[in-house]
Design a protein around this ligand. Structure first.
Ligand code: ADP
Ligand code: MG
Length: 238
């Protein structure tokens, strides 16, 4: 596990500035949700933390280390996306173990890690199935399994539930929280859904147009929104 420190980070695509001096800290083991309307810069920020997008200016630390120039593979981070494409021709076990195989882990080590992740996610009986034989929720669990086997310091989720139906979305929220209670891995969870953000977070970061509007515990934001944008977005009563 590791803390993440984001210090005055800016990001421009060409002449267009999309993140304008964002700062916040995530404590070791904390579950932080990053929420805000579509286009406010959530995915861009997450991709910079993962190392998939370079940082225009500012400083990013994971644990004690400044990682601005560290390639994604060396950051010890695992990301779960909304479009979690599983390999259709591979079994659940092979889908989960694939990244370890690329890292040339031994067969025994891969099996150990895949079995542990399957146990945590309730996938043990499905290890020999193919993705087409799974429900949407089971596929989402396999996508999480692929992240868990890597035993990362930090989990990044980018709207992982937005392709699921409403009922399943609520069930998966509970599963992801239970997973966090068990593994205690530092987690940054992006969503545009304020209910999801409120119910899952230790701490919420509200973004709007490339800036942070407010950071706080769910109840703090609800009771004392810093401005009208936060009040409107979090849905505090008038
Ligand atoms: P969110 O995830 O909150 O919906 P994004 O981080 O995807 O927002 O996008 C933030 C802004 O950056 C948007 O205006 C988007 O169009 C722009 N943007 C994202 N990626 C690129 C890119 N590769 N090139 C140019 N603009 C981009
Ligand atoms: Mg996004």
């Amino acid at each position: 596990m590791a803390s993440v420190e984001i210090h005055n980070i800016q990001k421009s695509f060409g002449a267009v500035s999309v993140i304008q001096g964002v700062s916040f800290d995530i404590k070791d083991g904390e579950f932080v949700t990053l929420v805000g309307p579509s286009g406010c810069g959530k995915s861009t920020l997450l991709r910079m933390i993962a190392g998939l997008e370079n940082i225009s200016s500012g400083e990013l630390r994971i644990g004690p280390r400044v990682v601005n120039d560290v390639p994604p593979k060396e950051r010890d981070i695992a990301m779960v996306f909304q479009n979690y494409a599983l390999y259709p021709h591979m079994t659940v076990a092979d889908n989960m173990g694939f990244s370890l195989k690329l890292k040339r882990a031994s067969k025994a080590e891969i099996k150990k890690r895949v079995d542990r992740a399957a146990d945590i996610l309730g996938l043990t009986k499905l290890l020999d199935r193919y993705p087409r034989q799974l429900s949407g929720g089971q596929r989402q669990r396999v996508a999480m399994g692929r992240a868990i086997v890597r035993d990362p310091q930090v989990f990044l989720f980018d709207e992982p539930l937005s392709n699921l139906d409403a009922k399943l979305r609520v069930a998966m929220r509970t599963e992801i929280k239970a997973l966090h209670q068990r593994l205690k891995t530092t987690t940054i969870y992006v969503t545009h859904d304020q209910i999801e953000a409120m119910t899952m977070a230790d701490k919420i970061v509200v973004m709007h147009d490339g800036i942070v509007e407010q950071i706080g515990a769910p109840l703090e934001l609800y009771d004392r929104p810093a401005n009208l944008f936060v009040a409107g977005f979090i849905g505090s009563p008038a």
